[in-house]
Design a protein around this ligand. Structure first.
Ligand code: TYD
Length: 219
């Protein structure tokens, strides 16, 4: 069976990591080797770039520089983790990938398409996702969920570089993601993330099996 590369995208607090873990379990149950990863990060070099960016250390350099750094992290992530795993037969599930740079730095923070396009070519190096699941939710609801979870966990973590942006900024980000999905209908699927975790898990599994019918034949 061909190894597949699936990315999850969306704004803050839409539940990507929970759903990726659930999809990983479902795929493993089918006997498939699966690797779960995230962006920015996934490799030691990319994780170092992650902490630099999320601490806001390059915010003053502007969104263009941030986009270049995200792409540098992605280049290493693709070369050292994503490509070798796919080539070795493992499916790869990534919490965010190149659409995040286009949505955050491009469509929300105004980095020109020309730069985003060029960075994509360099960083992806010919590897693009077979499927992208966009978890869509009103950012106001997503923020309330994040706050509720933090209170339940007794965690008071200060907001990172992007979490601190305004609600209007996050609404623009949501529109950005939706426009990316609209422009890439063969790759992207948009799911309403404002429902309970089990229902969302079922909807994702349905999409994955429909997109990769070999899964049905394997079970
Ligand atoms: P993270 O804590 O992983 O957020 P989340 O759980 O929402 O994925 O932080 C990653 C942050 O970096 C998140 O705010 C999205 C942002 N980001 C970009 O701005 N551009 C990118 O290319 C990527 C991959 C992430």
């Amino acid at each position: 069976m061909t190894a597949r590369f699936i990315t999850f995208e969306g704004g803050e607090g839409v539940g990507k990591s929970t759903q990726i873990k659930r999809l990983m379990h479902s795929l493993s149950r089918e006997g498939i080797e699966v690797v779960r990863t995230r962006e920015p990060g996934g490799t030691p070099k990319a994780e170092a770039i992650r902490s630099f960016i999320l601490q806001g250390k390059c915010e003053e350099w502007g969104a263009g520089a941030e986009a270049v750094l995200f792409a540098a992290a992605r280049f290493d992530h693709v070369e050292s983790l994503i490509a070798p795993n796919l080539d070795g037969g493992s499916w790869v599930l990534s919490d965010r990938f190149h659409d995040s740079t286009r949505a955050y730095q491009g469509l929300t923070d105004g980095v020109p398409d020309k730069l985003i396009d060029a960075l994509e070519v360099l960083a992806l190096n010919g590897r693009s996702p077979d499927l992208t699941v966009l978890l869509d939710m009103d950012p106001k609801i997503a923020f309330e969920r994040v706050a509720m979870r933090a209170e339940e966990d007794g965690l008071m973590v200060p907001p990172d570089r992007f979490e601190k942006e305004t609600l209007d900024w996050h609404r623009k980000l949501r529109d950005g993601f939706l426009s990316i999905a609209k422009n890439n209908p063969d790759r992207c699927i948009v799911l309403d993330a404002n429902r309970d975790e089990d229902a969302l898990e079922d909807a994702i599994w349905e999409v994955v099996v429909k997109r990769f019918p070999e899964l049905q034949r394997a079970s």
